[in-house]
Design a protein around this ligand. Structure first.
Ligand SMILES: [Zn+2]
Length: 68
């Protein structure tokens, strides 16, 4: 999956508490650093765990890619 800094991840599950399922990508690597678009909270998540919970990726120019 092609994910880079500045992309927005659309997650399968909503963030508990704020209900947003959109996450901004702050850093990529073995772990992703994400910030919730709804409440602004930041957190780290392992790459493989993160990729399993992604529904779609919005790239910078507003293109949405769906994983196969
Ligand atoms: Zn949130």
């Amino acid at each position: 999956m092609d994910i880079s800094v500045g992309d927005v991840l659309i997650m399968k599950k909503q963030h508990p508490g704020c209900g947003s399922n959109r996450m901004n990508v702050l850093r990529v690597g073995a772990d992703f650093k994400l910030s919730c678009a709804g409440c602004g909270r930041t957190f780290m998540i392992g790459r493989s765990k993160c990729e399993k919970s992604i529904k779609a990726v919005e790239h910078g120019e507003n293109k949405t890619a769906f994983p196969t």
